[in-house]
Design a protein around this ligand. Sequence first.
Ligand code: FE
Length: 152
Amino acid sequence: MYKYKKVRRISSNLIEDANRRYIVSLDNHVELMEALAAFCKDLTVYCGQVRGIGAISEATFRMYDPATKQYVDKTFSEQMEITNLTGNVSQKDKQPFLHVHATCSREDYSCVGGHLLSARINGACELLVEEFGDTFAGREFDEETGLYLYKF
Ligand code: FE
């Protein structure tokens, strides 16, 4: 589902070792969010950040309307470049919880983007995952917004 390499440090000490960074290459044709979640679970990354680029054949974004507290999902089934993927990793129900946004460019160079629900890799997906040591960042349901917000 993925290949990875730990980023090496020039000098090694306990603090730096606690903040692990990984170069991650997701396998072709896998579903991005599923593979990233599997990586985080396997490598026990429960607090950190993710950024990356890639090429995909399909993406589903989710728009949340705070007024109605309803989600509207939209799928784009076409070849696109992930021009930017930015996200964070926290912990919910003892599992890695991903919150990822992405901007994707189409054949005509216009872009679509938003809160990423899923994406099918078609080409490559290259990510940098940085773990923030043993920092705990959980999630808690917030009545006002209807969202699972950070719980520190
Ligand atoms: Fe979001």
